[in-house]
Design a protein around this ligand. Structure first.
Ligand code: ARG
Length: 464
């Protein structure tokens, strides 16, 4: 019979047992559950609610359980309803009556609320390090390609010249914001400790919530017991930050996929990070990028699932909230897996500079610079725009480029054109003269890399 079955006269139906059980997915909270219980037991003893001897036995017992789980000597019982009951039952089996005193002044409702926070706090520590590693790889590649000319795009049409490093750094800044969002969500999550909220209405025992808060790394106790047990904002915030991060990875993936295609051929993935086809011998597919793009769907889905679970819940705890864990765990696991595959894929890719340069020479991406040339000689921009448009049309009709169009053709459109037009529209000039802050030229990209590296070094997420 479960621990809660004192008033029941029948066994739970087996199907209901399975349906109700969460141990299959909440067993991963074991270390945090034990940490929370130890702090609770210490507090109970300090406050004279249980004896020091009982607290000592509880802590030793929990230490033994932790060690046994970690070395594989204690396996989770699938019949246990959840990790909290499993550990409490195991403790009582090992130490007897003292084990039965652990749950004094506590409910699984505040227990689970504290466990998930502690778990996510630990998991985010590792994930943030992974994100930082990814950003560092982007910076290294960007630095190596701050002179690699490519076309920038709008509407997927060649637009204006940039260097490849500039394109890559756009993702570095997205990921820096993702990191900041997670750091902030983590900080907010660890502000308020739900432990001591009880089932919903606190407790009659003289507990010290400030003690457990400090012991578990929280700033202080949650000020309202109903909110303490019902709040899952931190799950929503983390799921949301992870969904946004995946959206960034998905856009990056989409570009990798395009760049690998024969239509672009801007990059070549390392053989270790691509796959073949079982029927077409020539194929080399960017599966990692496609899977990352595909898995973005489940991470966005997890956010929507969590929002939907929470939206109709009356205060305080409802069993619906057991559904929080699978969604947020899946988002974390998915992002971890995606970054683990994506980072080395990016690190080992070969950039086919000549192909990028050749494509950049095609789409009239220096047309804006041609118009600017006239503007700098005194022509109003709209007139310069019109003349350049006509020159582009002329080039298309005669299969020429702005670079190969004879000077006579230029002069026929405006007397302001001179031989220096050819230097003005060379892609190198177009890039070196784009001096606006945040621009796409080599110096700007070097400055961006420095900025991103400084942000990485400065943002010590361990200092909450
Ligand atoms: N397994 C439960 C959960 O994850 C723990 C809390 C259960 N509380 C309760 N009163 N049934 O939400």
């Amino acid at each position: 019979m479960p621990l809660w079955a004192a008033r029941f006269s029948k066994e739970t139906d087996a199907t209901v047992n399975d349906f109700n059980s969460s141990i299959a997915f909440d067993s991963r909270l074991y270390a945090q559950d034990i940490r929370g219980s130890m702090a609770h037991a210490r507090m109970l003893a300090r406050q004279g609610i249980i004896t020091g001897a009982d607290a000592g036995a509880i802590i030793d017992g929990l230490d033994g359980i932790l060690a046994d789980i970690e070395r594989g000597a204690l396996v989770f019982d699938p019949a246990a309803e959840d990790i909290h009951m499993f550990i409490e039952q195991e403790l009582t089996a090992r130490i007897g009556d003292a084990g039965k005193r652990l749950h004094t002044a506590r409910s699984r409702n505040d227990q689970v609320a504290v466990d998930i926070r502690l778990y996510l706090n630990d998991a985010l520590e590792a994930l943030l390090a992974q994100i930082e590693g990814f950003i560092a790889v982007i910076c290294t590649q960007a630095e190596a390609h701050c002179d690699t000319i490519m076309s920038g795009y709008t509407h997927l049409q060649r637009a204006q010249p940039i260097v490849f490093g500039h394109h890559l750094m756009a993702y570095a800044f997205m990921l820096l914001r993702d990191r900041e969002r997670l750091v902030e969500a983590r900080r907010r999550m660890m502000r308020q400790n739900p432990l001591g909220s009880g089932a919903l209405a606190g407790t009659t025992y003289p507990i010290d919530r400030h003690f457990t808060s400090a012991a578990l790394g929280f700033d202080g106790p949650a000020p309202n017991s109903l909110d303490g047990v019902s709040d899952r904002d931190f799950c929503l915030e983390i799921a949301s930050a992870l969904a946004i991060l995946m959206t960034h990875l998905s856009r990056f993936s989409e570009e990798i996929i395009l760049w690998c295609s024969w239509e672009f051929k801007y990059i070549e993935l390392d053989d270790a990070f691509a796959t073949g086809s079982s029927i077409m011998p020539q194929k080399k597919n960017p599966d990692i990028a496609e899977l990352v793009r595909g898995k973005t769907g489940r991470v966005s889905g997890n956010l929507v699932a969590l929002l939907t679970v929470m939206k109709g819940l009356p205060l305080a705890y409802n069993k619906d909230m057991q559904e929080d864990k699978e969604a947020v765990f899946d988002s974390l696991d998915t992002v971890k897996m995606c970054l683990a595959a994506f980072t080395p894929m990016l690190e080992t890719m070969t950039v086919l500079k000549d192909n990028m340069r050749a494509a950049a020479a095609k789409g009239f991406i220096n047309a804006t610079d041609c118009a600017d040339y006239l503007v700098k000689k005194g022509m109003p921009f709209r007139d310069a725009y019109k003349i350049t448009g006509e020159l582009v049309a002329q080039c298309i009709a005669s299969a020429q480029t702005l670079e190969s169009l004879p000077l006579d053709a230029y002069k026929a459109k405006s007397g302001l054109f001179d031989a220096d037009i050819y230097t003005a529209i060379s892609l190198e000039t177009c890039l070196s003269t784009r001096i606006s802050y945040g621009g796409p030229g080599p110096d700007s990209v070097r400055a961006q890399v420095t900025l991103a590296r400084e942000a990485l070094a400065a943002g010590d997420h361990k200092n909450r």
